[in-house]
Design a binder for this molecule. Structure first.
Ligand SMILES: [Zn+2]
Length: 306
């Protein structure tokens, strides 16, 4: 587990919070290039965070999140710049690099979640990501630092589909999507290549659609799992894809044809593509990273409008 969660408030913990925050931590540390680093997350009430703020920083005020990094990063550098330095934060008890710990204010999380129309769980996810970047040396004191930190946060949010605009997020996690792709993998028909693939597409309306690869004696008539799932989505009227998970015998990124098909229906180029071996860990890239300088429906429609 990349995080150690301490739930220190009286209300009930949202279901699946720990694994969700672990996904968040994984996405952030991977982006920074320090995969496997971990940190502690304390969820506390407004009084406790005020006390922490007073004791640790001499500020007598409540706030939404506080971060306490293990290491000091020289100005202009972050955790990913100096892996050797980071190794000094190796904690033999944890068996991992310990980035530090953070405290999240449950009352603020609840208020902000209500404002944005999403769940407390998602808001805690956002605050954890924000804190993860602080723990890796990012800050928002100057305009330039702020831009850099926001850009990293935005990349992490895209991978996690933690969009913070008030549009009521979807609560299906990337882990759940990937597990469904693993289920779909069981249906794969691949007698020629013996390479089995399952996919699960998450539509913008929250529905999920499964697909598996199915081969053909003619070989050329073979269909990939990604396009199989895309077909299932389209026939059900779902034409806006928010994410896709792909599980195969060995981790495999989508082929060129599938990337182009996903481009047709992706909500935007930040759509996460979640890839991993069946039953294992997954990696996430955005569709924009897999298909840079791409050609999409708007290019044709724009031309037609002339
Ligand atoms: Zn394909």
């Amino acid at each position: 587990m990349p995080i150690e969660l301490q739930w220190e408030v009286s209300e009930e913990m949202p279901e699946g919070l720990e694994s969700f925050l672990s996904e968040v931590a994984d996405a952030c540390t991977e982006l920074e290039g320090v995969p496997g680093a971990c940190f502690a997350v304390r969820v506390v009430d407004a009084e406790a965070i005020r006390e922490l703020n007073r004791a640790m920083r001499g500020v007598d005020a409540s706030t939404d999140v506080l971060s306490f990094p293990t290491l000091r990063y020289p100005a202009g550098t972050t955790a990913g710049n100096d892996p050797r330095r980071l190794r000094r934060a190796y904690d033999p008890y944890l068996g991992a690099v310990n980035l530090g710990d953070c405290a999240l204010n449950i009352r603020r999380a609840r208020e902000q979640a209500a404002e944005l129309g999403h769940s407390v769980k998602r808001e805690l996810g956002y605050l954890t990501a924000h804190s993860a970047f602080h723990l890796m040396g990012y800050d928002h004191m100057t305009e330039e630092d702020k831009r850099t930190m926001r850009a990293m946060e935005k990349r992490a949010m895209s991978r996690l589909r933690l969009w913070r605009e008030p549009k009521g997020g979807i609560d299906v996690t990337n882990r759940e999507l990937f597990d469904r792709a693993c289920e779909a993998h069981k249906s794969s028909y691949a007698p020629y290549s013996n390479f089995h693939v399952g996919a699960c597409i998450l539509a913008e309306d929250g529905r999920t659609f499964l697909g598996c690869n199915f081969e053909n004696a003619s070989l050329g008539a073979t269909i990939c799992a990604e396009r199989c799932a895309a077909g299932a989505a389209v026939v059900a009227g779902a034409r806006r894809f928010a994410a896709i998970a792909i599980a195969a015998d060995e981790a495999a990124w989508p082929c060129g044809i599938c990337r182009q098909v996903l481009r047709e229906f992706a909500v935007n180029l930040d759509m996460p593509v979640i890839v991993g071996p069946v039953g294992g860990d997954f990696t996430i890239k955005t569709l924009g990273e897999l298909l840079p300088e791409s050609f999409g429906p708007e290019d044709v429609l724009h031309h037609l409008a002339k």
